[in-house]
Design a protein around this ligand. Structure first.
Ligand code: FMN
Length: 175
């Protein structure tokens, strides 16, 4: 089924498998400067509005060390793109190489970037959300639960929480 800005909020998303199993690309920035990385963490939901009128958001969690978070600190736009299974290898590459070391890492993949409004997505994505950043927060070490403070964050490198209001949606869902 084709997804549009008008109907996307009524669709049923398998969000746990979309992020955790399928993965996605989070691409920050616009035509002048952008960078992409693979994400496995993310949420979809609503915030800041009365019942039925909350802002529809995607939240992503990007570590401080990522080139993508450097760009999203300066720029307001990001996309979250989901891909067919045949692009998994590409997501593996973009999730293991940093744009800090390999600025043209997208050239190592079969993916084709394309301009979407103020943001950048990919021709090959089957579902793309264009998001405008509405909130940024760096996780605080003191606020972390014990079970991650000394494991996931023992060397610092905390996650930024970026909330983006969904401004546009392209693609399809289901068979
Ligand atoms: C399956 C998978 C999921 C990932 N999920 C995240 C994530 O949610 N947040 C994060 O900060 N890094 C995540 N990473 C790691 C980044 O994608 C990786 O460090 C990437 O090279 C960062 O690129 P950049 O420095 O060009 O932004 C994930 C990697 C993989 C392979």
């Amino acid at each position: 089924m084709e997804i549009t800005m008008e109907n996307f909020a009524k669709m049923k998303y398998d969000v746990f498998s979309m992020f955790n199993e399928q993965w996605a690309l989070c691409t920050a920035g616009g035509p002048k400067e952008y960078n992409t990385m693979t994400i496995g963490w993310g949420t979809m939901g609503t915030i800041w509005g009365p019942a039925n009128h909350g802002k529809q958001i995607i939240t992503v969690f990007l570590r401080e060390s990522r080139r993508t978070s450097d760009i999203l600190l300066k720029d307001d736009y990001f996309t979250v793109c989901f891909f067919p299974e045949e692009n998994r290898k590409d997501l593996g590459i973009l999730g293991s190489k940093s744009g800090k070391d390999v600025p043209d890492k997208i050239n190592l993949t079969n993916l084709t970037p394309k301009l979407l409004d103020n943001a950048v997505g990919f021709e090959e994505a089957k579902l793309t959300f264009v998001c405008k950043k509405i909130y940024t927060h760096l996780m605080g070490k003191d606020e972390l639960p014990d079970f991650v403070r000394d494991t996931l964050y023992k060397n610092g490198d905390l996650h930024f929480v970026f909330m983006g209001e969904i401004e546009n949606v392209y693609g399809t869902i289901g068979e």
